[in-house]
Write a protein that binds this ligand. Structure first.
Ligand code: 5RP
Length: 294
């Protein structure tokens, strides 16, 4: 028998206050299940609804690209400043401390190297292994207009089905091949296809003209890849324009880890993304941090 002697009467029913649905800050995510939303909250800061994802998955097709030769030395010191790390399971298991307690977005497609036709990817991770690694999302490359377009879309839809079964968000990564145009019309097409076919959120590239139409037409959150290394002020300007025009953050790699001062750069990107710091101010912030580190 439960000991009920001296039990307090319950009377805090707040009959005048209807129960409100818990708020969730991300666009288009209201009808997702609790587990997916909880995982997304390890990617997007619930206070701002935005993210600084640190992308270091390039090795899965590029090998040890500049800045990623030694992830233990070059990348691990950046982890405290990222909301999320995007990497492969090989790097995660061999180099990332399991005490890293933010979200991990796991690269889940692969196959061809830079020496071959890149769009010929397959799924490269089982959902079971993603769950074992306790990741916050899985990422799959989608090559709209690429030679193996249908195969890559099918990779994504299979991952979405498995993700929905287990409560795992899927990041659809729109890949731009050499032959594909990088304009708003293409990005609208590619991001919308990913969202329509079930991606929980989508990564794309920033375009100078009409990026806001890409963000507006995509019913789920968009993050932008950084792309090739730019001078720091330009990279900060791109991040600023993207979030001001509707992106929910960045998934940035080379513009952080190839920077002259990566720890300063990731913090400046964080200011832009989470605090709407204008690019010139963020650049000065970067310079000051970079200088004090020397
Ligand atoms: C590689 C990727 C990268 O994660 C993505 O391109 C982000 O990195 P960067 O900012 O260096 O472009 O998806 O396919």
């Amino acid at each position: 028998m439960a000991d009920t002697d001296g039990e307090q009467d319950a009377h805090h029913y707040h009959l005048d206050r209807p129960q409100q649905p818990p708020l969730f800050p991300l666009k288009g995510c209201h009808s997702l299940d609790w587990g997916i939303k909880n995982r997304l909250s390890h990617i997007f800061d619930p206070r701002t609804g935005r993210t600084v994802m640190l992308a270091v998955d390039h090795g899965y097709f590029m090998g040890p690209t500049s800045g990623l030769e030694r992830i233990d030395i070059h990348i691990n010191p950046l982890l405290p400043y990222a909301n999320t790390l995007m990497c492969t399971r090989g790097v995660l298991r061999s180099l990332i401390p399991p005490t890293f307690n933010k979200g991990v977005v796991l690269r889940a497609s692969g196959g061809p190297s830079i020496l071959k036709e890149l769009s010929d990817e397959r799924l490269a991770v089982d959902m079971e292994d993603a769950l074992r690694l306790n990741v916050a999302a899985v990422a799959v490359q989608v090559f709209i207009g690429g030679e193996y377009e249908t195969q890559s879309v099918h990779n994504m839809t299979r991952l979405v089905d498995a993700g929905n079964r287990y409560g795992m968000p899927v990041l659809g990564v729109t890949a731009v091949g050499k032959q594909l145009a990088r304009d708003a019309k293409y990005m609208r097409l590619a991001t919308r296809i990913c969202a329509e076919l079930g991606a929980t959120y989508v990564k794309t590239y920033f375009v100078e003209k009409d990026f806001e139409t890409v963000a507006a037409a995509c019913p789920v959150p968009i993050v932008i890849a950084g792309g090739k290394k730019l001078p720091e002020r330009e990279a900060l300007t791109m991040a600023y324009q993207a979030v001001q025009q509707g992106a929910a953050g960045v998934d940035m790699g080379r513009n952080i880890f190839q920077s002259a001062a990566p720890i300063a750069m990731i913090q400046a990107v964080g200011k832009v993304v989470h605090e709407n710091m204008p690019p010139q101010e963020a650049y000065e912030y970067y310079l000051a941090l970079a200088q004090s580190a020397h």
